[in-house]
Design a protein around this ligand. Sequence first.
Ligand code: GLY
Length: 234
Amino acid sequence: MAGLMAGYGHYTHAVVRGIPASLAKEALRSSQTEVDLAKAVKEHEAYVEVLRTRLGLEVVELPADESLPDCVFVEDAAVVCGDTALITRPGAESRRGETEAMKGALKDLNLNIVEMTDENATLDGGDVLFTGREFFVGLSKRTNQRGAEILADAFKDYAVSTVPVLDGLHLKSFCSMGGPGLIVIGSSEPAQKALKVFEKLKDHMLIPVSNLEKVKVDGALTCCSVLINKKANI
Ligand code: GLY
């Protein structure tokens, strides 16, 4: 198992995508909140800049697609672990077209592509938490048991457990891993309480990144990038 953990939390590349103007009115959301598009674009640019300059990742930026209002939330279109990329079948029909551009980008990065073609399966990457040792898959409005089974088949080296997601959009709407030396945390009351604990860990670095607009359409920070470690298997 130690070999499987090698390189966990270390990434070389990130795939992100631009924000289409259609996000403001047409992106899926659980509450009817108005989005300030210009502010969302600015916040997203700052986020991508952190990936590029603070984390030193090579960033692949896919262009926004106006016909895909949620396309900035690239995490849902693919799950990458080692040199395998599972192209998902997103739970919301309006989001299925997002996988094409993601597949192209991950092919260009020479990853082994596995596609979820079973019409009974749905899976959003936002429901997939990889700990370095195992996967947890949230069974939510977007992800079903068949989707979790196909993920288990794609990543046979790891145990896969399912977790019911009874509230909120995705499993990672309320929990997320931080890489070594990096804690990623939201601004909600429970998250801020947790932050008080994390702040005591002096050897961790906290980088504040605003996400006030995208959260209005249920988008968290992890939703906006697919992280890849091209050195994992060298
Ligand atoms: N707005 C993100 C989603 O609902 O999938």
